[in-house]
Design a protein around this ligand. Structure first.
Ligand code: GDP
Length: 195
């Protein structure tokens, strides 16, 4: 995929702030700090377009990035950050659920997990939920550069088992650091964007 254009559009906190130009959307869901912003930056080969978070869990907004005037990456607020209040957690749930269940332009969710570790309880909950509502999902296991190549297959197997992924669910090892997995992920995204 040749990137000709990439721009930050809006941090939306409410439904009426979402873009109205009807472009398809690829959303990213994952634990705070798992590497969602870094993944976006690597996909478009820009160092800093997506803001890598310094205060995890604080941004309760949907961050929209328009790519090639053709689609949006939508960075969803991260989950699993311990130091948020119950009220914030409820707010998070409403925002995510409203978006994932109600957004007609959503084509694919990239569920981003950490390849180094077994999925957390929150990761499993997110995966269950996406499956339950039949939302098209690919799982991206990031930070692949942080484990040795030889350990990758067993870690992928563990993620597939723990998240109870269907055999045809795409699971892609990825690294924002080295670009591993970038081409494969672009191919999958392009397929998902086809009408
Ligand atoms: P977000 O909260 O999910 O958007 O996570 P960030 O993209 O801000 O990443 C959190 C931290 O992990 C940052 O310090 C990143 O530099 C680091 N990080 C993210 N992806 C990778 C990766 O693929 N490899 C390595 N080594 N570090 C990464």
């Amino acid at each position: 995929m040749k990137i000709t254009q990439a721009e930050f559009v809006i941090s939306a906190a409410k439904r009426d702030q979402l873009p109205k130009d009807a472009l398809p959307e690829i959303a990213l869901a994952g634990r705070s700090n798992v590497g969602k912003s870094s993944l976006i930056n690597r996909m478009i080969n820009r160092r800093n377009l997506a803001r890598t978070s310094s205060v995890p869990g604080k941004t309760q907004t949907l961050n929209y990035y328009r790519i090639n005037e053709a689609f949006y990456f939508v960075d969803l607020p991260g989950y699993g950050y311990a130091k948020v209040s119950k009220a914030q957690r409820v707010q998070w749930g409403k925002l995510i659920e409203g978006y994932l269940l109600g957004r007609e332009y959503l084509k694919l969710v990239l569920h981003v997990v950490d390849l180094r570790h077994p999925p957390t309880a929150d990761d499993r909950m997110m995966a269950d939920w996406l499956k339950h509502f039949d939302i098209p999902t690919a799982v991206v296991a990031t930070k692949a550069d942080k484990i040795s190549k030889g350990r990758v297959p067993s870690h992928l197997k563990r993620i597939r088992q723990d998240l109870e992924l269907a055999s045809d669910t795409m699971l892609i090892p990825f690294s924002a650091e080295t670009g591993q997995g970038r081409e494969e992920l672009w191919e999958y995204i392009q397929q998902s964007l086809m009408p």
